[in-house]
Design a protein around this ligand. Sequence first.
Ligand SMILES: Cc1cc2nc3c(=O)[nH]c(=O)nc-3n(C[C@H](O)[C@H](O)[C@H](O)COP(=O)(O)O)c2cc1C
Length: 304
Amino acid sequence: MISPSAVHIDPDKCSGCGRCLRVCPDRTLALREGRAVVAGRDCIACGHCAAVCPESAVRVEAADTDLHFSTFAEERDWLPWGRYDLAGLVRLMRSRRSCRNYTPQPVSRAMLEDLVKIGATAPSGTNSQGWTFTILDRRDQVVALGGMVASFYRRLNKKAANPLLRFVARIFMQDALGRYYRRYYSSVDQGLREWDEGGGDRLFHNATAVILVGSRPWASCPAEDALLATQNMLLAAHAMGLGTCLIGFAVEAIKRNGAIKRALDIPAEETVYSVIALGYPAEAYQKVTGRKKILPRFPENLAG
Ligand SMILES: Cc1cc2nc3c(=O)[nH]c(=O)nc-3n(C[C@H](O)[C@H](O)[C@H](O)COP(=O)(O)O)c2cc1C
């Protein structure tokens, strides 16, 4: 929330059309004597009022830090409903695949910075924008993070290999260790061996960059905010010529080992919700694939 005093309405420009009132989610504005005025006590600084005003009479201080991109020529005009190439959008969505083979070419800092700005165009609960982005733009940093994540899984695999600990965990931890053992132990063990022998990077797939997306604790919907920003970035990366892969294994290690966060300069109170491996893809695909059949629900018993 910001103070409504951050909303400025120029009475000379305002025509009193009332559009700003209709789009305001917080009833911050009212019409008085044919002009819009700030009347409410709350404002989430979403900037809808400024965006909808045909006279450019409204300015919202907190929303005025505009995003500028340096690696592509942006189109700044608002795109009206229904005017986008839907087929192209869906093709982009279906063409984005998790990339597990990268070339050694580094990704420029400018591209990574543009990507996180694209992430920040996502919606966020009460417009809190509490997301955080930590960027590793060098392969040696990715390898260093991989080393810390590998140490975490080495310890976890050691515990999971112990039948007594698995038995105790079955009683006290709803079999979490047993489930991990059955599902991941062998592949993690194999991956760790390859890592130790310098024979492969099954964790980050030789990615040259990593972006960690987190949220600050005061955000009203921290996980959702971070993941929506993440999806924006995955799609935009494809359009930029970059491959991406979400690395859930790294998220889990970071969640459970504060030392990794400290090494990344991520404050203890922040939670990391996604780790995105990125780089220039070394493989191209011939076609898109399908998904499991979806059976949407139409609740018939719900009636007014
Ligand atoms: C939350 C989440 C965590 C994931 N973690 C990993 C991971 O640790 N390693 C990996 O190679 N892929 C990981 N993936 C990628 C999925 O395996 C992939 O999205 C899925 O197989 C569908 O393939 P697609 O992304 O190519 O469409 C993850 C995906 C999600 C959504």
